[in-house]
Every structure is written in C-alpha cells, then in structure tokens.
Design a protein around this ligand. Structure first.
Ligand code: 5GP
Ligand code: ZN
Length: 111
C-alpha cells in the first residue's frame, strides 16, 4: 500500500535492521526501542489492524515470534508481545504488527 511505512520496509524502499524473514512475514528492530530488545513483526502484505486479520494469518506471525525470541536470546528469560489496535489501543502505524519487548524486567503495568 502506498505511503505505508511498513510496506515500504517490506519492499526494501526504506531501510531497517531486519532480524527475521520468512515467506509471508518480516521482522525488524523498532526505530525507537522501548526495551533492550524491541522487534516489530509484520506480514509482508498490507493488513491494517488486528480487526482485519483472517483465519490462519497469525500462525506464521507467532512462529516468527518464537524464532526471534531465540535469535535475540530472550526465549528463556521471557519477553512481552503487544498488538496495539486502533486509536484507544495506541496504534500509530496502520499495518498490523506484533511488538516483541524484552531484555529487561518489564513493568507490571499493562496500560
Ligand atoms: P504502534 O504504536 O503503531 O503499535 O507502533 C509503531 C511502532 O513502529 C513504534 O514503536 C515506532 O517506533 C515504530 N516505527 C515507526 N516508524 C518506523 C520506521 O521507520 N522504522 C522502524 N524500524 N520502526 C518504526
Ligand atoms: Zn502496509
């Protein structure tokens, strides 16, 4: 989709530090990390929000999360995944993404 930052990263139009790639999924370091590990996992195709996900789409996304946790060395100590959805959820980029946060003890606050 035109003017979507994450589509542009997926197309190679905008650089990013890619940490994982599979057929339908791409992951890269967040440009403004909120923790020592902060990776964003996206589908290659443009899907705006979690509400637009169709059946089966998340399987490869979750497999990616598992692999990235190992790559980043947070699989044993733990990490947090976040999907912000729409305005009240704090979504800023309207291309579906899973945040992976780790590398430090995260706060107990969920919002
Ligand atoms: P949201 O609030 O939509 O869930 O999160 C969007 C995330 O994308 C933010 O954490 C932000 O730092 C990250 N982000 C925004 N623009 C870019 C960019 O151009 N490159 C990378 N790597 N991350 C970005
Ligand atoms: Zn997009």
């Amino acid at each position: 989709m035109e003017d979507c930052i994450f589509c542009k990263i997926a197309n190679g139009e905008i650089p990013a530090n890619i940490v994982y790639e599979s057929e339908n999924v791409l992951a890269f370091d967040d440009i403004n990390p909120m923790a020592p590990v902060h990776v964003v996992v996206v589908p290659r195709v443009h899907v705006a929000t979690l509400m637009d996900v169709s059946n089966g789409m998340m399987d490869e996304m979750i497999s990616a999360v598992q692999e990235i946790a190992k790559i980043k060395g947070v699989d044993k100590k733990g990490f947090r995944t976040v999907i912000n959805c729409n305005e009240d959820g704090g979504q800023i980029i309207f291309h579906l993404h899973i945040h992976i946060l780790g590398g430090r003890k995260l706060s107990d606050e969920m919002g």
